[in-house]
Structure formats: structure tokens, C-alpha cells
Design a protein around this ligand. Structure first.
Ligand SMILES: O=c1ccn([C@H]2C[C@H](O)[C@@H](CO)O2)c(=O)[nH]1
Ligand SMILES: [Zn+2]
Length: 331
């Protein structure tokens, strides 16, 4: 008989432990299926704020101490979180805003469009806001930007309402002003038809875990229609987990997001709270003599934030013209 309470409490401890583990796993979640979002209270777009506290808790703002979160619903019905990310030791323009984070994560997850977006800052209470000018401009690059709706909600309103992005940026310099009609925009399928240059050594044909192959695959998704300088970055952390991201350009140039930042979006979204100093290996793939080269900036960022002995390599790529003719004739 004396054993029983012990057994019971042992069992209870196991249950509590596994519940805690599940909660800890949830804590770092950046992507929710429609069902998962509904179980968090996001049963319809106007309820996106139900996930805003979670988003803000994941912010990485060691310089400003600001915790800014974004919650967005993609056209697939999945719900994504975005956060502000700051890098101590680096110039401030390398920081990532939550809306940029969110759109980059949509691209990394092959989403086709953003539908609704809520943004908030945590002061004493939660205050909903709207994307800054830079992010409004960045959002214009997505293929369905005319469908994007932003939550407009003052402190005194219980629910608020959605307003179109066009309402926030009525006089715009948009991709349509520069790109030929029908050019694929951000979040549309792309293949830059890049292959590693001969100097990059052995090239794998199947899916492998070489960082250079991951970075090449990333560069093939890169959105660089204004300068034709696609690039991709792959990272490895000390536990061997890989992350990748690609350069995303803006027609207004300065809102563009570099390939290291894009890979860091993947890192923040999937590393379960690890610090950037856990990154031990990095590869950048870009064109030789690219009009916009990322090499010096990538090295500078990684030298500042990654593990002190982080190995950084650059491989060059070229366009596979035969493939490019095939891909473009399909369009
Ligand atoms: O509209 C804004 C203004 C600021 N920030 C972030 C950037 C930085 O991390 C911190 C301080 O500006 O807040 C945003 O995300 N959106
Ligand atoms: Zn912004």
C-alpha cells in the first residue's frame, strides 16, 4: 500500500513532464495549420490578435528591448508569426521587422500569398499598429498585394476592422512600374536556373546535406528581378540542423532583405530559441561578379553574430542557359 502514492505521483510527474514538453515545443511555434490556429482562438481572420502575445514573446530585440509581433494568415489558411530581430554590434539597418520576417517565412514555406495581417507592440498593454513605410513598400513585392488586408484597431476598439494595403500606401512606386508585364512576383514560383560553377567542385544531383547544395537551391528561389543578382545562404548549427534563406529585392532597393537575414528568419523560426552564436558553418552562393554582391556583408554579419570559429565559404554559380530557355518557354 505504501508504494501506491509513490507510483501515482511518479505517473503524475510523467504526465506533467510531457505536458511541459509539449508546451515548451509550442512556445517556439511560428507556423500554425488552420486547425492549430483555431485551437489558439484564431477561428476567423479578425481573431488574428489571439496569437499576437505568442508572436511578441518570440521577438529578439536586445538593443531596443521592443517586442513587436505580427500575425498573418496565408492564402493556404495557415497562420504565421513574425517578430522583430536586432543584432547587437551591427548597424541598425540590418535589423528585421516582423512583417518582413513573416513574408520571408511565407516564401520559405512556399506560400502563395498573404491575406490578412495584424501587427502589435507590447508596452504595458498590447497596442495594435500598422506596418511602417519600409514594410508597406516591401509588402508590394508579393504577387497578391492587392488582396492584403491590415488590421486597423485602436486601443478603444474591441475588434477593429481590416483595411487594404493600398489604403496605407496610396501613392506607390510598385514592381509594375519597372518590371515587364507578367513577370513573376514574390511568392510566385521561380527557378533562377543556377548551377554551381566548375570551381565549386563536386555537384550533387540528389537531395543532400551539403551546405553549398542547400545554398544553391536557396539561390534558385531568390527574388532579384531588379538587378539579376540572386543569392542564397545555408547555415548549420552546432547540433547539425540546417537553415536556408534567399535574397529578396524591393523595387525601392533599400527595403530589400539580404540572404543572411533570410536564413536567420529560418533559424529564428525553427531553432527553438537558440542564440545566433550556435551557428557554426555558413555558405553563400551567388553569381561571380554579381551586380549586387553579398559576400562582404554576409561575412561581416556572420563575423559579428555567429560562433567565433564559424566557417564561412562562398561558392559561385552560373545560369544554366539550356534549362533557362526551357523554364522560360513554359511560362
Ligand atoms: O514600425 C516599426 C517600428 C519599429 N520596429 C522595430 C524595429 C526595432 O527592432 C525596434 C525599434 O525600432 O522596433 C518595427 O518592427 N516596426
Ligand atoms: Zn516595418
Amino acid at each position: 500500500m505504501a508504494q501506491r502514492p509513490n507510483l501515482l505521483s511518479h505517473f503524475q510527474n510523467l504526465v506533467v513532464e510531457s505536458q511541459n514538453r509539449a508546451m515548451a515545443q509550442d512556445k517556439y511555434k511560428f507556423v500554425f495549420t488552420a486547425n492549430e490556429a483555431a485551437s489558439e482562438g484564431v477561428t476567423e481572420p479578425i481573431r488574428l490578435p489571439k496569437l499576437i502575445r505568442k508572436a511578441m514573446s518570440l521577438a529578439r530585440g536586445p538593443i531596443s528591448k521592443y517586442k513587436i509581433g505580427a500575425v498573418g494568415r496565408a492564402s493556404s489558411g495557415r497562420v504565421y508569426l513574425g517578430v522583430n530581430v536586432e543584432f547587437p554590434g551591427l548597424p541598425l539597418h540590418h535589423s528585421i521587422h516582423p512583417e518582413q520576417f513573416l513574408v520571408t517565412n511565407l516564401a520559405l514555406n512556399s506560400e502563395k500569398g498573404l491575406r490578412q495581417l495584424a501587427v502589435a507592440i507590447s508596452n504595458d498593454c498590447i497596442e495594435f499598429g500598422v506596418p511602417c513605410g519600409n514594410c508597406r513598400q516591401f509588402l508590394l513585392e508579393t504577387s497578391n498585394e492587392v488582396d492584403i488586408k491590415i488590421l486597423l484597431k485602436s486601443k478603444h476598439e474591441a475588434e477593429g476592422s481590416f483595411g487594404k494595403l493600398k489604403l496605407l500606401l496610396p501613392y506607390r512606386f510598385s514592381p509594375d512600374d519597372v518590371l515587364p508585364k507578367g513577370s513573376p512576383l514574390l511568392l510566385e514560383k521561380r527557378d533562377n536556373c543556377l548551377i554551381l560553377s566548375r570551381s565549386a567542385g563536386e555537384i550533387c544531383s540528389s537531395d543532400c546535406s551539403h551546405l553549398k547544395c542547400k545554398a544553391l537551391a536557396a539561390a534558385n528561389n531568390s527574388f532579384s528581378p531588379y538587378t539579376d543578382s540572386p543569392s542564397g545562404v545555408a547555415l548549420r548549427d552546432e547540433d547539425g540542423i540546417l537553415y536556408r534563406g534567399w535574397y529578396i529585392e524591393s523595387v525601392a532597393y533599400s527595403p530589400s532583405l539580404g540572404p543572411v537575414q533570410a536564413a536567420l528568419v529560418d533559424f529564428v523560426a525553427r531553432s527553438r530559441g537558440k542564440g545566433f552564436d550556435k551557428i557554426v558553418e555558413a555558405v553563400l552562393v551567388e553569381k561571380n561578379n554579381a551586380r549586387v554582391s553579398q559576400e562582404a556583408t554576409a561575412k561581416m554579419i556572420l563575423d559579428t553574430i555567429a560562433a567565433p570559429n564559424c566557417d564561412f565559404k562562398v561558392f559561385h554559380c552560373d545560369v544554366d542557359f539550356q534549362k533557362s530557355i526551357l523554364v522560360n518557354s513554359d511560362r
